[in-house]
Design a binder for this molecule. Structure first.
Ligand code: PLP
Length: 408
């Protein structure tokens, strides 16, 4: 009998889910008493580890004083304003403003609507195209599904958004050609600085910089989707800073609250804000009931404090050194054939073109040996909490090495 819960990205007919009952630091336990080191920060989101009392207290205190309300006019509350200010301050976008929502998928659809609204407000009604990048993952709402560069995620739903076009993931010339043909109709390009769910692919040399140039030249907005890469994961608050590229909109979620509460949003650059603010009678007819939810904002603020105080962005660089040297050693031994990643985000390719059923077997063996990682196509990915100790990083690598033997 399948469980009552229809699991996200699950096979509805499937059964046999491992039931987690406890989480502490970088460790989780299931109801059978098995212990796991979390090599994936849950789903690339838990920067600060589990059970941080400081965040739990901040959420509790917020709920005890002003449990919940909405931020639709005329209402606001200090915790939401403070979080928006904090995120703007650590972002690369000076004098930006921040829209809040509850997930990465909502942040993406919000960014698309803001990009298109900006074009409409500037009198460029034909500028509607959203450019997606092959291998990109941008969530599962209708905008994000249409912008998926992972083709199977687009299939099986009937018609998606019109006016979405695709560019190559690595070859910037494909973007140049698309802009040459359709530049005046492109509203925005959406791009993960490091592609995550597609398999952990850092950008090819100069790709992001050229994309920025093309967007600027043709009057399109650059949306950097930092849902995975934000909040320390690539060694800075944002990967935009790591790669020195300034977008017009940044989408974020996951690491902003380390997942303690559902939280996401869009950082809106001053240039875009100027357009939105120009007509005092213009109303942004977009917003969620829980945009700026007080408990989520309290979790976000406490989480950001921890990332800053404990220097977790720097720590991500250290994790990167240790993890890449472990993975590269496996590659030198011939157990992997490619290692990709940066700072707190890594993948090892076992063999090009290996079927995902084989990487799932490796993942399952790793679970039996007490380490959580993610099978993606022919690769195994890691994105541990940024508080992981060196010995646990080494265990992740050792367990991967042992689990690879299931393919012998
Ligand atoms: C880059 C990126 N964008 C958007 C999303 C969607 O986020 P959510 O699952 O919170 O809706 C994800 C989720 O993994 C993501 O990796």
């Amino acid at each position: 009998m399948p469980p009552k819960l229809l699991h996200p990205f699950g096979k509805p007919a499937a059964d046999g889910f491992r039931q987690l009952v406890k989480a502490e630091g970088v460790r989780l336990w299931d109801d059978q008493g098995n212990e796991y080191i979390d090599g994936l920060g849950s789903l690339w989101f838990c920067q600060v580890g589990y059970g941080r009392q400081e965040i739990i207290d901040a959420v509790t205190e917020q709920m005890q004083t002003m449990t919940v309300y909405n931020a639709f006019p005329p209402w606001g509350y200090p915790v939401a304003e403070e979080l928006a200010r904090r995120i703007s301050d650590v972002s690369p976008l000076d004098d930006s403003r921040v829209f809040l929502c509850c997930s990465g998928s909502e942040s993406i659809d919000t960014a698309f609507k803001i990009a298109r609204a900006t074009a409409q407000l500037k009198g460029e009604g034909d500028r509607q195209i959203i450019v997606r990048r092959e291998r990109g993952y941008h969530g599962v709402n209708i905008g994000g599904t249409s912008a998926q560069g992972i083709a199977p995620n687009r299939e099986g739903w009937g018609d998606l958004l019109p006016h979405v076009m695709e560019i190559d993931a690595d070859d910037i010339e494909s973007a140049a050609s698309l802009f040459a043909a359709h530049g005046e109709r492109i509203a925005a390009v959406v791009c993960e600085p490091v592609q995550g769910a597609g398999g952990v692919f850092p950008p090819t040399e100069g790709y992001l910089e050229r994309l920025r140039e093309l967007c600027t030249k043709h009057g399109a907005l650059l949306i950097l989707d930092e849902v995975i890469t934000g909040f320390g994961r690539t060694g800075n608050w944002f990967a935009s800073q790591t790669y020195g590229v300034t977008p017009d909109l940044i989408t974020f979620a996951k690491g902003v609250s380390s997942g303690y509460q559902p939280l996401g949003g869009v950082i809106v650059s001053r240039g875009v804000c100027d357009v939105l603010e120009a007509d005092p009678n213009y109303m942004l007819r977009h917003g969620y009931t829980y945009s700026g939810h007080p408990a989520a904002c309290a979790a976000g603020l406490a989480n950001i404090n921890i990332i800053e105080r404990e220097g977790l962005a720097d720590r991500a660089n250290h994790i990167g050194e240790r993890m890449s040297s472990g993975l590269n050693a496996l590659r030198d031994d011939g157990q992997l054939d490619e290692v990709r990643g940066i700072a707190g985000l890594w993948a090892g390719r076992i063999r090009e073109g290996l079927d995902v059923s084989d990487t799932v077997r490796v993942r399952d063996r790793m679970l039996d040996l007490g380490v959580i990682a993610r099978p993606i196509g022919d690769s195994i990915a890691f994105a541990p909490p940024l508080v992981i100790e060196d010995t646990d990083i080494d265990t992740c690598i050792d367990v991967l090495a042992e689990a690879l033997k299931v393919l012998d």
